[in-house]
Design a protein around this ligand. Structure first.
Ligand SMILES: *Cc1c(COP(=O)(O)O)cnc(C)c1O
Length: 279
């Protein structure tokens, strides 16, 4: 299933100077692109958070991105979280940063820690099977990939049992592509309202993966619909939805379109680290 993990030691902490420079260049290029897109959209500088999507990258590569200015990371697979978490947390602590939920004294809701410049939020951005919830809850602040009430209830029960609050985003399949996870856009509002009532969860927003097409109009329409859905949830004002403000949308190839449509978090892998050798 995750054969690439046999080929690469993801816990490795040491990378060479050339790779360090390459990653720093990637970070700065993407930060410039985000800034340009914010400005082009007439949005305040710094209104979009840059999350580095770190799947297949080792601890040394991720720390190089953090050293170059990355302040939010996201992993896809609980197995990768498990392999990298301890090394990342230790190296972050050496630099004066706390990472994810690792240091959360009980129930630090991520909405508050997000404003702390010494905290680096750690998100799960890939699918979470129920038998892996226990593995990621001690590590991540926020699970971006919740797409059913069943999944939300399972995470809620585990969070309550641990006495913590975990941030969640509702993932919506705006493009309708069969290969993609995410709930049906027609059910998103109701689902968000139900998730908002669950203990141990803080509904922080919505997430989507852009349509896999060349046509910019289609890509933008999907992003615009996610924003509209977020606005409708906030306008309806149901209990537990008041923090549903984030729009996690936009990746390496469509981040400017997503920012034009109101994205608050862009998730960038290739643009920061280069092409993936695996997957
Ligand atoms: C891999 C991944 C990204 C980043 O993709 P790039 O095209 O490499 O920027 C963003 N979101 C999710 C959910 C991913 O799996």
């Amino acid at each position: 299933m995750t054969a690439y993990m046999d080929h690469k030691d993801l816990a490795n902490e040491t990378i060479d100077a050339q790779r360090t420079l390459q990653i720093a260049d990637g970070v700065h290029r993407v930060m410039d692109e985000v800034a340009r897109a914010e400005s082009a959209a007439g949005r305040p500088a710094g209104s979009v958070k840059l999350l580095a999507a770190t799947k297949t990258r080792d601890v040394g590569e991720i720390m190089a991105a953090i050293d170059a200015g990355i302040r939010m990371i996201g992993e896809n697979r609980p197995q990768e979280v498990a392999v990298k978490a301890a090394g990342l947390a230790r190296l972050c602590a050496e630099r004066g940063f706390s990472l994810g939920a690792a240091d959360a004294a009980g129930s630090a809701a991520s909405a508050t820690s997000a404003a702390d410049p010494t905290h680096i939020p750690f998100h799960l951005i890939g699918q979470l099977q129920s038998n892996k919830i226990g593995k990621v809850l001690p590590v991540v602040d926020t699970i971006e990939s919740v797409d059913s009430i069943d999944a939300a209830e399972k995470i809620s029960r585990r969070a309550v049992a641990r006495g913590i609050t975990v941030g969640v985003l509702l993932e919506v399949n705006e493009s309708g592509e069969a290969s993609k996870s995410g709930c049906d856009p027609a059910h998103a509002i109701l689902l968000a309202q139900r998730i908002g009532t669950l203990a141990g969860l803080e509904l922080q927003g919505l997430m989507t993966i852009g349509a896999h097409v060349d046509d910019e109009t289609t890509i933008r329409r999907c992003f615009a619909h996610l924003r509209k859905t977020r606005d409708q949830i906030l306008d309806a004002g149901e209990p537990g939805t008041e923090h549903c403000t984030e729009l996690s949308m936009g990746m390496t190839h469509d981040l400017a379109l997503a920012i034009a449509e109101g994205s608050t978090i862009v998730r960038v892998g290739t643009g920061v680290f280069g092409e993936r050798a695996f997957i």
